[in-house]
Design a protein. Structure first.
Length: 761
C-alpha cells in the first residue's frame, strides 16, 4: 500500500456535454473533458475560450476615473510637462514601466521613469525619492504596479506641487491614497468587468485609452508581466497572454531577443513556461539584489550590443540569486528541525537573509511543509526585519496581517502572498498572533495538500494527435492551470531510479501491448516502495517527450497511490548489506526461529513473531515460520503496507524430498535381519550401500521412533516387539518434514508472482 501525498479531489463531469463539445467543435474527448471540468457550460463558451479573439478585451474607459487620467496625461503631453513613471522592482513592475514608457514616448511626451531601490526606498511610493524627482522638474507622477498603499508619500508629493496618478492592482486598504486619480480594476466606486489584471495589465489599459487603440507591439511585454505576476489567466488576461506570446515569438526587439539568448531558449518557441521559469526570474533578479532599472534598460535597449550587455548582467544576477535562495532555504530547513511538530504558521527570521529573495524561499517552504510561511531578513542596525509571506488555501495572508496590524510596521499583498516590515522585537509576537488566527480559521484537514483531478483518463485515450490538440487550451497558469490527469488501475511493468543522484523515478505502466512511460522528479524514494505487477493510480500531467527525433507521450507524475500490499523479494541474498539499505527506517524485523537471532542481532533490531503489537506496517520476514498459518495470520491481523521477504534457512530439504516407502522398507528390514543397528558404527555402511546421506538415515530412524517401530538404547536401534502397522504420515517427524518442504516450495523456491499470490491470498 502506498499513500498519496495529497488528498485527491476528482472533478465530476457531464458526459452528455462532453459529447456535444466533441461533435460541435471537432475536438477529442480528452480536450472536451477538460473544458467541462473547468466549468465551461456551452458550445459557444467553449468556442470563445479556444479561439479567444479581441472581443474579450474590455473598454478601458469602463475603469473608474480613466477619463480623468487620460485628460490629465494628455494635457501634460500637450504642455510638455515632464512626466515620471514610478514603477516597481519586480517583473510586473518593470514591464508596466516599459509599456507606459513606450506608449507615452510614441505620443511625444516628455517622460522618464524611476524605480525605488528595494533596500534603500522599500516597496511602493517613497517620499524621499518623490521629492528628489520633483526637484528635477517632474510635475506629473504616474505609479505603475504600486501606489495603492502609498498614502503619506503621495500626499507629500502633492504638497510639493506634483500631480499623482496611481495605477495599481494590489489589495486596497481601508482608505484610498489621496491621489489625483486612481486607476484600479477593483476601485470601490468602479464597476470594471474584470478585476484580476496584473499591474502591467492596468498600465496597458491606460496606454490603450491614451492611444485610442490596442498597440500590439506592447502585448509581448504585457504577456511577460502578466505571467510573471501569477494573476489568473482568464478573461482578457488570457487574450493578453495568448496573443502576446504569439507576437513575442515573432518579435525582432533586441531586448527580448537578448533575454531569450541568455535564457538559452528560442524566442520563436517561447510559451508561458518559458516566461515563468526563464524570463520572469531574470527580470526579477536585479530588483531582488540591486537596482531594477537594469531590467527596464534592457527591455528598452536600442542596439544589440547594449541589450546583450544588460541581459548578461541580468543573467549573472539571476545565478547569484539562485545561489542565495539555495543557501537561505537550507538554513531555513535546518531551523525547522528545532520543532517537534511543524507549526500551524511558519515564521523564520535571520540576520543576513536578503529580503529580495526571501519570497522565493517562503514559496519553497510552503510547498515542502504546506503551511503559511513568512521568511524575514533581519537588519540589526535599523532594528527591523523585512520579508515575504506565502500561504495555503483557506488562510488569507493580507487579512491575517491586517488583524495583526499593531505588530506590523508596513505590509501589503493579497490572499496568497504578501510583503511586510516589522520591528525585530515583535517577530515572536507576530508568530503567536498568526498561529492564533490559524486556529480560528483552519481545520486539521486544511493542512493536507489538495490535488484537483480534472480528468480521469485511460492509456488508450492518450496519443500524439490528442496531445497536439491540447495546445489549443494554452496558455496555462493561475486560474487555468495545466490539467491534472488521473490514470487508475494500471499495472507497473518496469520501475527504476534515474538521475545522477538516483532521486528520480522512471516507470512504464499499462499492459505489454498498451504501455505508457512515466517520470516522477524527486520521486526516487518511491522506487523502493514499488514492485513490478503492482496496481497503481497516478496523478499528473501528460506531455510529449522528444528524444533523438522521436516523439512519445509521457506521464509526468505529481502523485501516486496504490492499495496493493507491496511485496519485496530479498530471498537468496546472503549478504545483508546488499538489501538492508533498501528497507525503510520504520520497518519491523520479524524473527520466527530463536536459533537465527545471532546471525541478525548485531545488524538490526529483532522482534519475535509472537511479540508483534499490531501497529507495524512495514514487516521484514527474516526466516521461515513454523507453518504457513502463522505467517498468514500475521499478514491478516496487521494489514501491513509493505512486506520484505528474506526467509533465511540453515538447511533446506526441498531439493532432497522425503525418502520413499521403499527406502523406509529396506532400512526396516536391514535392522530386522541384523537384529539391531548401532548407528554410530554402522551408518556409514548404510550410506555406502544405498548412497544415502547421514541426515536421510537419521530422519528415517526418527520416523520409526515416532511410530514405535523401533526402540533406542544408547546408539543402538532394535525392532520393537509387537509392531503395529501404521502409516508413515502419522509420524510427527514426517509431518514436520512435509510442512518444511511445503514452506520452502511456497516461500523460498517459488517465483515472485507465486510468492506474492501466496502471501496476499
Amino acid at each position: 500500500m502506498i499513500q498519496s501525498k495529497s488528498k485527491w479531489q476528482m472533478t465530476s463531469v457531464d458526459e452528455t456535454l462532453i459529447q456535444s463539445f466533441c461533435e460541435a467543435l471537432h475536438i477529442p474527448p480528452l480536450l472536451a473533458k477538460i473544458l467541462v471540468a473547468r466549468d465551461i457550460q456551452t458550445v459557444e463558451e467553449a468556442k470563445q475560450f479556444i479561439e479567444m479573439d479581441s472581443s474579450v478585451l474590455h473598454d478601458p474607459f469602463l475603469m473608474y476615473q480613466m477619463d480623468i487620467a487620460v485628460e490629465t496625461i494628455q494635457f501634460a503631453i500637450d504642455s510638455q510637462v515632464p512626466i515620471l513613471i514610478y514603477g516597481d522592482y519586480d517583473a510586473d513592475g518593470v514591464t508596466s514601466t516599459t509599456v507606459l514608457l513606450r506608449a507615452l514616448r510614441s505620443l511625444g511626451a516628455l517622460v522618464d521613469y524611476a524605480i525605488p531601490n528595494r533596500f534603500k526606498h522599500g516597496y511602493g511610493p517613497n517620499a524621499e525619492l518623490f521629492e528628489e524627482k520633483i526637484a528635477e522638474g517632474f510635475e506629473l507622477i504616474i505609479t505603475v504596479d504600486n501606489g495603492i498603499s502609498g498614502h503619506e508619500a503621495i500626499a507629500h508629493a502633492q504638497q510639493l506641487g506634483a500631480t499623482v496618478i496611481v495605477t495599481d492592482h494590489h489589495e486596497i486598504g481601508e482608505t484610498l491614497p489621496p491621489a489625483d486619480c486612481i486607476i484600479h480594476p477593483r476601485h470601490p466606486e468602479g464597476n470594471y468587468p474584470f478585476p484580476e489584471l496584473a499591474g502591467v495589465g492596468v498600465a496597458f489599459k491606460l496606454a490603450t485609452a491614451l492611444l485610442g487603440q490596442v498597440d500590439e507591439t506592447l502585448l509581448p511585454y504585457v504577456a511577460i508581466g502578466t505571467v510573471a505576476d501569477l494573476v489568473p489567466l482568464l478573461d482578457e488576461n488570457r487574450y493578453i497572454v495568448k496573443h502576446g506570446l504569439a507576437l513575442l515569438q515573432k518579435s525582432d526587439d533586441v531586448g527580448l531577443r537578448a533575454l531569450a539568448e541568455v535564457s538559452k531558449s528560442h524566442l520563436h518557441e517561447a510559451d508561458e513556461e518559458t516566461v515563468g521559469f526563464s524570463y520572469g526570474p531574470r527580470l526579477n533578479a536585479p530588483g531582488r539584489l540591486q537596482d531594477a532599472t537594469l531590467a527596464v534598460e534592457m527591455l528598452n535597449a536600442e542596439t544589440e550590443t547594449e541589450a546583450s550587455s544588460y541581459a548578461l548582467q541580468l543573467n549573472e544576477m539571476n545565478v547569484e540569486r539562485q545561489q542565495m535562495v539555495q543557501t537561505i532555504t537550507e538554513e531555513a530547513e535546518q531551523m525547522m528541525q528545532a520543532y517537534h511538530e511543524v507549526p500551524e504558521v511558519i515564521v523564520l527570521a535571520k540576520e543576513g537573509w536578503n529580503p529580495g529573495v526571501v519570497g522565493i524561499v517562503a514559496s519553497r517552504m510552503t510547498d515542502k511543509f504546506y503551511r503559511p510561511t513568512i521568511i524575514l531578513g533581519i537588519d540589526s542596525e535599523r532594528g527591523e526585519a523585512k520579508g515575504s509571506a506565502r500561504s495555503i488555501e483557506g488562510y488569507h495572508l493580507y487579512e491575517a496581517l491586517k488583524k495583526s496590524e499593531p505588530l506590523v510596521e508596513k505590509y501589503g499583498g493579497h490572499a496568497m502572498a504578501a510583503g511586510l516590515t516589522i520591528p525585530i522585537e515583535r517577530i515572536e509576537s507576530l508568530r503567536k498572533r498568526l498561529i492564533e488566527i490559524a486556529h480560528e480559521t483552519l481545520t486539521p484537514e486544511d493542512y493536507i495538500p489538495k490535488l484537483t483531478i480534472d480528468v480521469q483518463t485511460t492509456i488508450d485515450e492518450i496519443d500524439l494527435d490528442v496531445l497536439d490538440d491540447m495546445q489549443k487550451l494554452r496558455p496555462f497558469g493561475i486560474g487555468f492551470p495545466k490539467p491534472t490527469y488521473a490514470l487508475e488501475n494500471v499495472k507497473v511493468l518496469e520501475v527504476r531510479k534515474i538521475g545522477s543522484a538516483l532521486n528520480h523515478l522512471k516507470m512504464k505502466v499499462g499492459t505489454t501491448t498498451d504501455a505508457l512511460d512515466c517520470i516522477g522528479f524527486q520521486f526516487g524514494d518511491r522506487a523502493d516502495e514499488l514492485t513490478v505487477g503492482t496496481t497503481v493510480a497516478l496523478a499528473g500531467d501528460i506531455q510529449i517527450n522528444e528524444w533523438n527525433g522521436r516523439r512519445n507521450p509521457q506521464f509526468m507524475m505529481e502523485d501516486l497511490q496504490s492499495k496493493d500490499v507491496q511485496v519485496f523479494d530479498m530471498r537468496g541474498i546472503d549478504q545483508l548489506q546488499q538489501w538492508l539499505p533498501k528497507v525503510p527506517s520504520d520497518a519491523t524485523y520479524v524473527l520466527f526461529q530463536k536459533q537465527h537471532a545471532e546471525r541478525f542481532a548485531k545488524h538490526i533490531p529483532l522482534t519475535m513473531a509472537n511479540d508483534l503489537t499490531g501497529d507495524e506496517k512495514v514487516l521484514v520476514f527474516l526466516d521461515l515460520p513454523d507453518h504457513m498459518e502463522q505467517l498468514l495470520a500475521i499478514i491478516t491481523q496487521h494489514e501491513p503496507h509493505r512486506l520484505y521477504c528474506h526467509f533465511y534457512v540453515t538447511q533446506t530439504f526441498y531439493m532432497e524430498r522425503i525418502p520413499t516407502r521403499e527406502m523406509f522398507g529396506w532400512l526396516f528390514q536391514a535392522i530386522k535381519q541384523r537384529g539391531h543397528l548401532d548407528f554410530v558404527k554402522e551408518w556409514e555402511w548404510i550410506a555406502k550401500q544405498k548412497g544415502w546421506k547421514k541426515d536421510t538415515i537419521v530422519f528415517m530412524l526418527k520416523v520409526f521412533l515416532d511410530l514405535k517401530f523401533v526402540t533406542l538404547e544408547g546408539s543402538v536401534f532394535t525392532i520393537a516387539p509387537n509392531v503395529e502397522k501404521r502409516n508413515l504420515e502419522e509420524a510427527p517427524t514426517y509431518q514436520q518434514r512435509e510442512r518444511q518442504i511445503s514452506l520452502e516450495r511456497d516461500l523460498l523456491y517459488s517465483s515472485y508472482n507465486q510468492l506474492k499470490q501466496t502471501l496476499l491470498q
